[in-house]
Design a protein around this ligand. Sequence first.
Ligand code: PLP
Length: 474
Amino acid sequence: MTETNSLFRQLHSYGETDYYPYHMPGHKRRQLGEMPEQLLKADITEIDGFDNLHQPEGILRRLQESANALYGAQETFYLINGSTGGILTAVSAALPRGGHLLMARDCHRSAYHAAYLRGLKLSYICSERVEGFEFHEAVTPAQVERALDSEPDIGAVLIVSPTYEGRIADVEEIARVVHSRGIPLLVDEAHGAHLGLAEGFSPGSCTLGADIVIHSVHKTLPSVTQTALLHLSGDLIDRERIRRYLHIYQSSSPSYLLMAAICDAMEIVETQGRERFAWFRQRYERMLERLKTCMHFRFVPWQDVERCRQDIGKLVIHTGQSGLSGKWLYQTLLERYHLQCEMAAGNYCLAMFTMADGEEAYVRMEQALLELDGQLTQQGCGWQNELEVYLPEPVIVYPMEQAWDMPCKTVKLSDAVGRPAADFVNLYPPGIPLLVPGEVLTDSIYRQITDALNRKLSLQGVEESDGEAFIKIL
Ligand SMILES: Cc1ncc(COP(=O)(O)O)c(C=O)c1O
């Protein structure tokens, strides 16, 4: 085998040798169907010379060390089950069974799932709305401090930064607050694997004091779905517990194609990152400058990027005073311009940009938005009201980890007001819960759900039948 750091090159060379596979996977590197032969040839298992992710001592260990050097943590683990596996692991390892977790309410569902599996007590931080926009900020150091003051038995803190819409938290200050209590800070940086890798980008949480940082490599770097990283620093988290939970939550047959994709993304960052990131930032700024002429659409101001509070990976296109819904904009960009955005919400839609985009990404988005903006009238054709901000303080009747297992029944949404929910209700994407099992469907959440249904936003946990909405209650 040639000595190279690229896992793909090693897999490719191996695929060209005459070693016959009397082992898994069952395709035996032969193309019997539609799956491209090149992929099959590189898809192996833990055979001699290719190490084992669950006990890395060779190439996989070296690759994890290279990723670690790039981000500046103390130890890095490749994840082949997305940030989902990383968050399950981090939360499970950071606290004993039944421990108390303080978490941002906008955490991904995997954080709730970890809490369920480990019987954790949960306290939430419900962050403020971004001024002038219909989504929320990242959590602040003051919010974390207040929550820790009021509940001294909290054993770990989990925050999301950047948020789905790209808001970035003051992680350095939050880490200082959390560490002053002797407990660890976990940062779900799934949307920020590109942070800290180049000049002009906000620093990443690995260098800002976080004890665990989780990155989805596939979200914002050139890699394939399910690839992610978990980084560990400091001595507040037991490393053996991290390993234990990685074994539990990840496949015992990690895909070499996925691991090779992580390796490839790291190599791209190392060899092309400086140039590509610089161009990305410059071109994005130019796009925002051009879009300033829009009369209707509004964008998060560039100053927020310069203050390291907004990530440029996310272009939030707010429909402004046009009265149009985010869904209308999303559909129009899709159908008229063939621009497939990431998501639509009440009055904005979200487009993602990464280092892999070229000029076309910017030109097509600029042209479409400038043209649409010019055609809009003040009457609009959507919804005149704003969606209520969707991170209300929950009214908790039963702890989630009990409520999810309690007997339940399905009732009309309107009959469920005032009753505790039996299942999660999420707007998807991003999958942030409006309701967690055991929490009361208040009037305000009821209005948000019906509003979201009217706008045809995608809701999980609410079933529609014959024009009627139903949810599960306890
Ligand atoms: C904030 C956040 N964290 C974690 C995840 C899970 O990431 P993955 O898809 O890599 O499992 C997501 C997925 O959308 C997310 O939005």
